[in-house]
Ligand binder design. Structure first.
Ligand SMILES: Cc1cc2nc3c(=O)[nH]c(=O)nc-3n(C[C@H](O)[C@H](O)[C@H](O)COP(=O)(O)OP(=O)(O)OC[C@H]3O[C@@H](n4cnc5c(N)ncnc54)[C@H](O)[C@@H]3O)c2cc1C
Length: 286
């Protein structure tokens, strides 16, 4: 396990964040033993690709552990494979396509890792990541033990998996065989849809707010007249109102202010309390 001093902005899609002096990367299984020596009584954060995270502009005083283990089983056993938590979702999607397996086509457009997709229960186009999970292997930061947990013992819902004090190490996932042409067509369809409806993957973290049981956050934001609204270089996307795009030198605080403002306006207009899907880490003083 390598410890470095790292600029967090290099490790998030928004490119926000100060310096972390205790930034650990977990590169291979043999390093897992070394996790035992870290002090989890202090603040810590488990980072994937940072595609759903907004670090504040201040330095981060806690420990960050980034799982960079990226192994995927080469053989399926009863339609299942083990996949490391650091595997990049578009790579998993391509691997499944090459193996003539369906159920991972939607992952091509989600720029996160398996660990992040589990924690967020990432999804789109009717798919949710937890539906493919059989069991997880994780390091329990309280017991300091490696454990397995079956999906049926995990509570999960739309964009949330209740797994606490866990560094997810790997997952056992199921994907069934399919006609490669159908897989290919689905991937083309999803990619086309994304390209037509969403901005590109730079300086944002996908949807800012979760949708509700009977509303789309983007629709409420648009109806409140906030499309294109900007605070200090961070802007509600013209293409998709639930994506907030930062300009190159914008600060995390500007995004924080914009999120707060949009929430206030939607509450004022529709009496609906939008809930953030993106995760703010650190101190934000408006
Ligand atoms: C352009 C774009 C499009 C997107 N489209 C979608 C979409 O269609 N659907 C969707 O659901 N999301 C989407 N997202 C959001 C994001 O990509 C997903 O939430 C993704 O699953 C986050 O993965 P990550 O590895 O980047 O996690 P991070 O952002 O690094 O972390 C997210 C959460 O997961 C936890 N975590 C990460 N790895 C581990 C681990 N190994 N063990 C324990 N906890 C861990 C973190 O602590 C944090 O709580 C999009 C983002 C962008 C930038």
């Amino acid at each position: 396990m390598i410890k470095t001093t790292t600029a967090l902005k290099k490790n998030t899609t928004y490119r926000f964040g100060g310096i972390c002096n205790d930034f650990y990367t977990l590169n291979e299984k043999s390093e897992i033993d070394k996790i035992h020596n870290l002090n989890f009584d202090n603040e810590y954060f488990i980072l994937g690709k940072g595609s759903n995270v907004v670090f504040s502009d201040n330095n981060y005083e806690g420990i960050v552990i980034q799982n960079k283990m990226e192994n995927i089983d080469t053989v399926f056993t009863n339609d299942s494979i083990n996949v490391d938590a650091g595997v990049y979702l578009p790579n998993l999607s391509r691997y499944l396509k090459d193996s003539d397996r369906t159920g991972g086509e939607y992952l091509l457009g989600i720029p996160g890792t398996v660990g992040g997709a589990i924690k967020m229960n990432a999804g789109c186009y009717g798919y949710e990541f937890m539906d493919s999970v059989n069991f997880l292997t994780y390091f329990d930061t309280v017991d300091k033990k490696i454990k397995n947990i079956n999906r049926k013992n995990i509570k999960y819902s739309y964009r949330n998996t209740e797994i606490k004090n866990a560094i997810i190490l790997s997952a056992n996932l199921s994907f069934i065989k399919e006609d490669p042409k159908k897989i290919n067509n689905k991937m083309i369809e999803f990619t086309k849809h994304r390209k037509n409806t969403q901005p590109s993957a730079i300086y944002n973290a996908g949807s800012v707010f979760k949708n509700g049981p009977n509303y789309y956050a983007a629709e409420l934001i648009e109806r409140a007249g906030l499309k294109g609204y900007e605070i200090d270089g961070v802007k509600v996307s013209e293409k998709h109102s639930n994506f907030f795009i930062a300009s190159k030198n914008a600060k995390a605080l500007a995004l924080y202010k914009l999120v707060k403002y949009v929430k206030e306006q939607v509450k004022l207009n529709y009496d609906i309390e939008l809930k953030e899907e993106i995760i703010f880490i650190g101190e934000f003083v408006d």
